[in-house]
Each structure stands twice: as structure tokens, then as C-alpha cells.
Design a protein around this ligand. Structure first.
Ligand SMILES: Cc1ncc(COP(=O)(O)O)c(C=O)c1O
Length: 483
């Protein structure tokens, strides 16, 4: 189908901007002139300009005309190419996940909250009561799409995200990771290209490898999230089938997309026919009063697949998540059924019970306050213990801090030395397909600030100092050695 005239005009101007014909902060031809140049009406040019404004490429200056925005995609953008994941982090991630079960290792590595921050006692009572009341609960299958009661409770909770759903729109999954896998399987074929955030949650990178996909890494800033200008540019260049985004409290940057950016993202997806996989696993853990509407809430085309779980707020070990698959729902249900047949009955029922009796909201309020206080503490501790030049992120929620180390410090080396001292962390390399973020690390701050963990963070700071000094000394020797 032909694109509307205004879209064609917008694309031509966009190409000129991206090619540098129109430089940042310069005026583009006026409405009247453009209407003559493109041989279209002024109304059509106005629509095209408004589209370009929407895409962040130009901005109107009162009485002066339209100017090219100074924030242009950097020259790397043109080199963005689909990549495969070579699995370089499998061993490290495996080591890290096992380390998270070792009580002797300081728990800054995996994104797993300290157990006292989870409502374990309430769940324990619930499970015991359920088993007593209905021992059959262990011998019956809860077939896909999962417990009706739980799906009803999730539909009710999702009203807070702006989504009006029926229980039948929802499939229960084995955590959010399973939901993401199902979403990718339903929207792609092996060999397809998808877009991901960069840095991205490592579970997404591993899914890409297993499903034989290629991915384009779209930069994700700590403040504003995924770079939509670069996403649009990539979509013009490559046939992107799906895009995975974490609009709330992204892992690892902590960024949250504004409502304007969310609408812009939906528009891009619609223009380029991209399925949007919305990973909202940290959605309930935002520190702001009001959470932004989910992408799913404004999805009028059924192209958003909403994925989440209770792993970060109730019980990671229960492995209860869910997916709202939109137009892919039937496919997803079928795949979920074939892959796992059913989801454990006891855990679903216990969570449904917890949600139904209002305990969840109380628990969440407490958890958000606790995590926010922990964040402030973690930021201060890192900035005090690490050398000058270290930067920390300012996450809008969740439990993860993204740390930028001074350039001289290699995070992979730090990781190895830290593990030798029984301090967990995740190096930046784990978040990229292309060996980026070698001076970054991610810390889980949903930890207990007891003496042991305080000491571990201080020791980590000493390691960073030592690594920096080693490199500086090496440089010094190198510069002063005879050639
Ligand atoms: C962004 C993100 N998505 C998905 C997951 C997987 O969640 P689950 O444990 O529910 O499978 C995680 C886990 O850390 C995550 O950080």
C-alpha cells in the first residue's frame, strides 16, 4: 500500500537531515517553499513537519520557522547492524546465578531481593492453608492458560497500568523470562532481526541466541530510555520484526520512558509493523506516585505483548509470570501449552490469594520505600568508596544501580577480583552483544545493609582504586621507558 503523501514528504526531509544536508540548528525550507519543492499542498507539508517534530528531528521556533534539532544520531547509528549473540557470557552468568545462592558471597550480583524484603511468611501461611484445605491441589494440573482466579486478579491489578483486560487476555507463564521467550517465538522466525535496548537485560541476549535471531542494539540512556530516533532510523534500514523494551525502570539503567516517548514508540511500531514486547517486570516498583500507562494500554492494533511476573515483588522462586499477547494470544497459548502443559497450581493459588486479600498493595508500598532508601544509601556508599570519576545512575524504581567506572578500570577484571573476594556484581559486558560497557557494572541494591555487605562494598571500592592505580602506574612506566 502506498504511504500517505505527508509521510513520503517527511521521509525525504528526514533523509536529508540524517545525511547532513540540513545541519543541526539550521532552518529547513519554509512551509510555502517546501510545498512548491514537493509539489504538494501547504496542509500536507504541515502534516509532514508535525511528524518530523514528533520524531524529534525538527522543532518550530515561533516567528522563525522550523529548525533541525541539535541531537542527531551519532555517526555510530549508520553502522548499526544486526548481530548474533555468541554466548560469551554464559559461563559468567551461570557462575553468578549459582553465586546468588551462596550466602558467603555479597549479593550485589543477581537481581534478587533480600528474602526478608519479600512476603515469605504470608506466602508460607497461605501455602500451608491451601495444602490442608485441598490436598488435591498437588495432584491436579492447572493447564495453560493458568488459574482463572489468578488471571482475574491480574486483570484487576492491570487497571493501574491503564489496561482494561479480561482474564482470557492473559496467559500465566513460568516467570517473565518464559513470557519473553513465548513473545519472541510468537512474533519471529529463526534468522529474523529484532531491536533491543543497549544495554539490555542479559536474559534477552540469551533468548536471541537460543532462538537464532539477530538483534540491533539501540542505545538506551539512563535518563530517557531507548533512543527512538535511532530506532526509527534502524527500522528504515532493516526489517525489524519485534522490539523488546522495558518502559519502566529498565534493567540495568533504571530509565523510565515518558508518556510522550511511549506514544512515539507506538507510532514507530505501527509505521514499520513491528511487534512490541513490553517487559514490565519492574513496573510495580517505581518510586513515583503515579505510574505511566503501559504501552499495552494505548495499543489499538494488538501489536504489544505485555510480559511481567511477581519475581521482583513477591517470590522469584514461585516462577509465576504472565503475558498479554494481543493479536498473538492464540499462538502464545498454544506454545505455552506445548512447552510446559501446565503451571504449578500451588504457587498460582497462593499468589491469587495474596493479591485478592489486599496484602499486596501494603507490601508494595513498604517495598518501594525500602528500595528507595536502599538506593540512596548505595549511591552514597559507591561514590564515597570508589575513585573520582565514578558515576552512578538515578533509577526511577526497581533495585539496580548502573555504575560507570573511570576509563582506566576494566569491569571484567574487577568482576574476577571481586568474586575471588566473595563479592558479587555483574560487569557491563553481560548487557551487550558487541562488547560494549567494559567500564560499567551493575549492582543489586535490594540487599540488607548489615556490616558484612557494607564492608563488601567498601572492599569493592578498594579494588577499583587498586585497578585504577595499576593502570596509571603501567601508563607511567610505559611513557617513561626508553623506546
Ligand atoms: C528486565 C528483566 N526481565 C525479565 C526478567 C526475568 O524475570 P523472571 O525471574 O520473572 O523470569 C528479569 C530478571 O531479572 C529482568 O531483570
Amino acid at each position: 500500500m502506498d504511504q500517505p503523501l505527508y509521510e513520503q514528504v517527511a521521509q525525504q526531509i528526514e533523509k536529508q537531515i540524517l545525511a547532513g544536508t540540513f545541519l543541526p540548528n539550521t532552518r529547513i525550507p519554509s512551509l510555502r517553499k517546501s510545498s512548491k519543492q514537493f509539489n504538494v499542498s501547504i496542509a500536507t507539508v504541515m502534516q509532514a513537519f508535525s511528524l518530523l517534530e514528533d520524531r524529534g528531528l525538527i522543532k518550530a521556533r515561533p516567528q522563525k520557522g522550523y529548525f533541525v534539532q541539535s541531537h542527531q544520531p551519532n555517526s555510530d547509528a549508520a553502522q548499526i547492524t544486526p548481530k548474533k549473540y555468541d554466548g560469551h557470557m554464559h559461563r559468567l552468568l551461570n557462575q553468578l546465578l549459582h553465586a546468588s545462592q551462596d550466602k558467603n558471597i555479597a549479593p550485589f550480583g543477581a537481581a534478587i531481593p533480600y528474602s526478608d524484603f519479600l512476603p515469605i511468611k504470608q506466602l508460607q501461611r497461605s501455602v500451608v492453608r491451601l495444602m490442608r484445605a485441598d490436598p488435591e491441589i498437588c495432584s491436579s494440573y492447572e493447564f495453560t492458560p493458568g488459574s482463572l482466579e489468578l488471571r482475574r486478579q491480574i486483570a484487576i491489578r492491570m487497571l493501574d497500568t491503564g489496561c482494561r483486560l479480561q482474564a482470557d487476555d492473559i496467559t500465566i507463564t513460568l516467570g517473565c523470562q518464559n513470557a519473553i521467550m513465548l513473545a519472541l517465538q510468537a512474533t519471529t522466525q529463526p534468522g529474523d532481526t529484532i531491536a533491543i535496548e543497549s544495554p539490555a537485560y542479559h536474559g534477552v541476549l540469551q533468548a536471541i541466541e537460543v532462538l537464532h535471531l539477530k538483534a540491533i542494539e539501540i542505545p538506551c540512556s539512563e535518563d530517557t530510555g531507548i533512543d527512538l530516533q535511532q530506532l526509527e532510523q534502524a527500522a528504515q534500514q532493516w526489517p525489524i520484526k519485534a522490539c523488546i523494551v522495558t518502559p519502566n525502570n529498565q534493567n540495568p539503567t533504571g530509565a523510565t520512558l515518558s508518556s510522550h516517548a511511549r506514544q512515539h514508540l507506538l507510532n514507530i511500531a505501527s509505521r514499520h509493523d513491528i511487534a512490541l514486547i513490553e517487559d514490565d517486570v519492574y513496573g510495580e516498583l517505581g518510586y513515583q506516585e503515579q505510574r505511566e500507562a503501559a504501552l499495552k494500554a494505548n495499543d489499538h492494533e494488538g501489536r504489544v505483548l505485555y510480559c511481567s511476573s511477581f519475581s521482583k515483588s513477591i517470590a522469584p522462586g514461585f516462577r509465576v509470570g504472565w503475558i498479554v499477547g494481543g493479536r498473538y494470544q492464540d499462538k502464545i497459548e498454544h506454545y505455552a501449552y506445548v512447552q510446559s502443559l501446565a503451571i504449578p497450581t500451588v504457587t498460582q493459588t497462593a499468589i491469587a490469594h495474596f493479591l485478592e486479600h489486599g496484602a499486596y498493595d501494603r507490601h508494595l508500598r513498604k517495598t518501594r520505600q525500602r528500595y528507595q532508601a536502599n538506593l540512596a544509601r548505595c549511591q552514597t556508599l559507591v561514590l564515597d568508596a570508589f575513585p573520582d570519576g565514578t558515576r552512578v545512575s538515578h533509577p526511577s524504581g526497581g533495585c539496580l544501580l548502573w555504575v560507570t567506572l573511570p576509563d582506566a578500570v576494566d569491569a571484567m577484571q574487577l568482576y574476577q577480583q571481586a568474586m575471588a573476594q566473595k563479592i558479587g556484581l555483574l560487569p557491563g559486558l553481560a548487557f551487550s552483544l558487541s562488547n560494549q560497557f567494559s567500564h560499567h557494572l551493575r549492582l543489586n541494591y535490594a540487599v540488607l545493609w548489615d556490616q558484612k555487605n557494607l564492608q563488601a562494598l567498601s572492599d569493592l571500592g578498594s579494588l577499583v582504586h587498586a585497578l585504577q592505580n595499576d593502570v596509571l602506574t603501567d601508563n607511567d612506566i610505559y611513557q617513561h621507558s626508553p623506546t
